[in-house]
Design a protein. Structure first.
Length: 219
C-alpha cells in the first residue's frame, strides 16, 4: 500500500535522458519538486553498474517510498519499436559467471552466495504501466555490437532489452528494502554498432512523456 504523499526518487544514468521532464517540472539545480501530492527527487548516477550502485546506495540513506529507474536502452528484437517505452520487470547481470574453456557457467550454477537476477518489486498499478510492454532485461558492462556475442547471449538468457544499470539499481533497492520499478525507452536495436540507425531524441521524448503520465497517475 502506498501513502497519500510519497517521496519518489527517479534515477537515471545521465541528466539528458530526463531533461524534458526536469524542464516540465521546473527542476532547478537538481532540487526536489512537489508534483501533485508527492515529493519528487532526481538522481543522476553516471553510466554503468558500479557508479549506479555507489550513488544509489549513498542516496538511499534518505528515506524514499519508491525508486523509478528510467533511461534509454537497446532492444534485441525488432518486435519492440525504436522509441517504444517498456517496463523491465526482470533484470539480470548476464556477465556474472565463469568460463570453463568454451563453456559459460551462469552465476546460479556456481553455488556462490548472492544472486544476479532481480524482479520488479513495486507492485504499482497505473494505466500507463498497464499499457507498457513487459520485458526481461540484460544489464552489461559492455554493450553488445558483435553478432556472435549477441547470439551467444540470447542462447544463454531469455532477455529482450539491454542496459548498463538496471540490475545494479534493483540489487541496491532490494538490499535497502525500497520498492522499485524500471522504465526504459528503446533508442536502438542491439546489432553491429551503427549510430546512424539510432534515434535517441525520439526515445528520450517518449520516455519523458511516459514518466510524466506515470507521476500524474500515482495516487
Amino acid at each position: 500500500m502506498y501513502l497519500c504523499t510519497m517521496r519518489i526518487l527517479i534515477v537515471s544514468a545521465t541528466v539528458f535522458e530526463l531533461q524534458p521532464l526536469l524542464d516540465e517540472l521546473g527542476v532547478k539545480n537538481g532540487q526536489a519538486v512537489k508534483h501533485r501530492s508527492h515529493e519528487v527527487h532526481f538522481l543522476h548516477t553516471g553510466v554503468g553498474m558500479t557508479q549506479t550502485a555507489y550513488a544509489l546506495t549513498k542516496e538511499l540513506r534518505n528515506s524514499y517510498n519508491l525508486v523509478i529507474n528510467a533511461g534509454i536502452a537497446g532492444s534485441f528484437y525488432r518486435g519492440i519499436k525504436v522509441g517504444e517505452v517498456v517496463q523491465v520487470i526482470s533484470d539480470c547481470i548476464v556477465e556474472l559467471g565463469a568460463e570453463d574453456d568454451e563453456e559459460f557457467i551462469p552465476f546460479k550454477d556456481l553455488s556462490l552466495p548472492g544472486k544476479n537476477t532481480f524482479s520488479n518489486s513495486s507492485h504499482l498499478i497505473t494505466a500507463t504501466l498497464d499499457e507498457l510492454k513487459k520485458v526481461m532485461g540484460a544489464t552489461v558492462n559492455k554493450v553488445h555490437g558483435n553478432e556472435n556475442s549477441i547470439s551467444l547471449l540470447l542462447k544463454r538468457f531469455d532477455v529482450e532489452v539491454e542496459t548498463m544499470e538496471g540490475a545494479a539499481m534493483a540489487l541496491v533497492c532490494e538490499q535497502e528494502q525500497v520498492p522499485y520499478l524500471q522504465i526504459r525507452s528503446i533508442s536502438n536495436y542491439v546489432t553491429k554498432r551503427n549510430r546512424d540507425a539510432w534515434d535517441i531524441p525520439l526515445a528520450i521524448k517518449n520516455l519523458n512523456t511516459a514518466l510524466l503520465q506515470l507521476l500524474n497517475e500515482i495516487a
